[in-house]
Design a binder for this molecule. Structure first.
Ligand SMILES: Cc1cc2nc3c(=O)[nH]c(=O)nc-3n(C[C@H](O)[C@H](O)[C@H](O)COP(=O)(O)OP(=O)(O)OC[C@H]3O[C@@H](n4cnc5c(N)ncnc54)[C@H](O)[C@@H]3O)c2cc1C
Length: 508
């Protein structure tokens, strides 16, 4: 057992309900209804009366309150069908949401409310790589694990992306996309060369930095508010020949001042750590015995000898008896290790979890006071109503590729994040339902970090959407000073707010 992987935990909770769907030919033909309009264009559609509807709309996150019921779910096969579905929604003034992998923490792929039209991209499953340019063309509905294995098996290529094989490309790439190669290659959205997408008028566009600079900027960070992306052209990288996977574990008895000091030393080291290094703090409650209570884990994309050189200053700063586990792995093997199972997702996809998470980004080193407050909260709450764990990922540092671009490159606002924390919780013992006081507890956990230094440097990661945030708070935390430009582009391209979820750009 090595790195905790959310998908692994999800396997524990795998439901047997397959999401296979079929056309429902018996819905009303009345052209004065949404369903009649969709039928007119012969788009594969499921309505609440359809046999497979309840299975098809099951969100990844089964937490109570996220089971949004759409007015219809369509499964188009072409951008033209997506365009027709959007025109039908325009005609009947119905909000639209796209669903690619369905892994939104707030089930926003179902619209984040009842009554939306959901455009499911699962039929946009094309995958190819041009052997000359090594540019990949990938459908929005393809899952990360399928992308990784296809690219490696077709020319030993790779992309930077998250570690759960079941996450869909569409949502992931339009709101960030962080993984263990991101400090070296950037986040997933940094690989985008062009996006085929349908905008709110129903127009199909091939969007590049030259053809539609505003949309190209807005889609890469806040994509769900601007268009339905059907496919992407992405610049791939040669897959690294090997990875050094490391795990440094500290005793559960480590005191709060010692934990603070260990983190501060890692933070000091991180400021100039090379881009080939991925570093994550991991800590968890005692009721989550799968991993050690306090550890730093990660990967180095290079040789063992070079890794020893790189990590030496950190080890010199940490206690001499720090427990280390180091292994050398090939690319796909390393991806399986990060996934704590196979990176390849099951087909049909039938994995679910019941959870609530908060995220925290900081652009400056975390202070001694904030760390002390946070670690004290974690220690003093052994009677928490949930089983929780915390992942603190190093995004930044002087040599991080993520930080190498400015705010004008993309609307994604986390370029200057030094650390991104995820505070993740499930019902105790992984047995649903999620407790009613769990959200409040996780809020206090979050605040124990932020309350000491005020709010100015704290943000949140839009791919870990927190549906409990009011829209303005979400906009401030996800987009900061990028928000005003996003709002202006939304007014121009989607004045009717057709693409909607509770935290979409423009929602007040
Ligand atoms: C188990 C698990 C592990 C994860 N691991 C990581 C990780 O390692 N790194 C990381 O960065 N993130 C990770 N995430 C977060 C993940 O990146 C986001 O939840 C992501 O938005 C999911 O994309 P999706 O297409 O699967 O979800 P969906 O629910 O389909 O979509 C998410 C959002 O994007 C919109 N959207 C989806 N497709 C499109 C499209 N084609 N056009 C326009 N809008 C669209 C939806 O409307 C929704 O608002 C993880 C999530 C889970 C549940």
């Amino acid at each position: 057992m090595f790195l905790p992987k959310l998908s692994f935990l999800s396997f524990l909770l795998a439901s047997s309900g397959a999401a296979a769907v079929s056309i429902d030919a018996h819905y009303p033909h009345d052209p004065h209804t949404l369903s009649g309009c969709l039928l007119q264009f012969r788009i594969e559609t499921l309505l609440p009366s359809s046999a497979n509807f309840s299975t098809a709309i099951q969100p990844y996150n089964l937490r109570t309150g996220l089971g949004w019921v759409p007015t219809a779910l369509v499964l188009p096969h072409t951008p033209q069908e997506v365009a027709a579905a959007i025109r039908c929604a325009n005609k009947f003034n119905i909000k639209v949401a796209a669903r690619s992998g369905g892994h939104s923490y707030g089930a926003y792929g179902l619209g984040g409310q009842n009554g939306s039209l959901v455009i499911d991209l699962q039929n946009f499953n094309m995958l190819s790589v041009d052997p000359k340019t090594q540019i990949a063309t990938i459908g929005a509905g393809v899952r990360l694990g399928d992308i990784a294995t296809y690219l490696y098996n077709n020319g030993k290529r790779a992309l930077p992306h998250g570690m759960c094989g079941g996450v869909g490309l569409g949502g992931h790439i339009l709101h960030g996309g962080f993984g263990y190669t991101s400090r070296m290659w950037g986040i997933t959205l940094d690989t985008v060369l062009s996006i085929t997408a349908v905008i709110s008028t129903g127009q199909i566009l091939t969007i590049t930095s030259v053809s539609n600079p505003d949309l190209f900027w807005a889609l890469r960070g806040a994509g769900s508010s601007f268009a339905i992306a059907t496919s992407f052209q992405l610049q791939t990288q040669p897959a690294p020949s090997n990875a050094i996977i490391f795990n440094y574990t500290f005793p559960s008895s480590t005191s709060i001042p010692d934990k603070v000091s260990l983190f501060e030393k890692a933070q000091e080291f991180a400021a100039t750590a090379p881009p080939e290094l991925a570093l994550r703090l991991m800590t968890r409650t005692a009721s989550f015995p799968i991993v050690a209570e306090w550890q730093f884990v990660g990967a180095y994309w290079g040789s063992r000898g070079k890794f020893n050189e790189v990590i030496a200053p950190l080890l010199a700063a940490w206690p001499a008896d720090t427990h280390a586990e180091i292994s050398e792995q090939k690319w796909l093997q390393a991806l399986d290790t990060f996934a704590m199972s196979s990176i390849v997702p099951p087909h049909p996809y039938n994995i679910h979890d019941t959870f609530f998470a908060k995220s925290l980004t900081t652009s400056v080193p975390i202070s001694n006071g904030s760390l002390s407050s946070f670690f004290t909260f974690l220690r003093d709450n052994s009677n928490a109503p949930v089983t929780w764990w915390v992942l603190g990922d190093l995004y930044g540092g002087k040599y991080s590729k993520i930080a190498s671009k400015g705010p004008e490159d993309a609307s994604y606002a986390g370029r200057d994040a030094l650390w991104t924390f995820q505070l993740y919780s499930v019902p105790k013992g992984f047995i649903p339902p999620y407790p009613s006081d769990g959200v409040e507890f996780m809020g206090r956990m979050h605040d124990s970090m932020t309350k000491v230094d005020g709010s100015s440097n704290w943000g949140a990661y839009p791919n870990y959407v927190d549906p409990t945030l009011a829209p303005r708070e979400a906009h401030r935390l996800y987009y900061g000073s990028q928000y005003d430009r996003l709002r202006e582009i939304k007014r121009r391209y989607d004045p009717e707010m057709r693409f909607w979820n509770p935290q979409a750009i423009g929602v007040e």
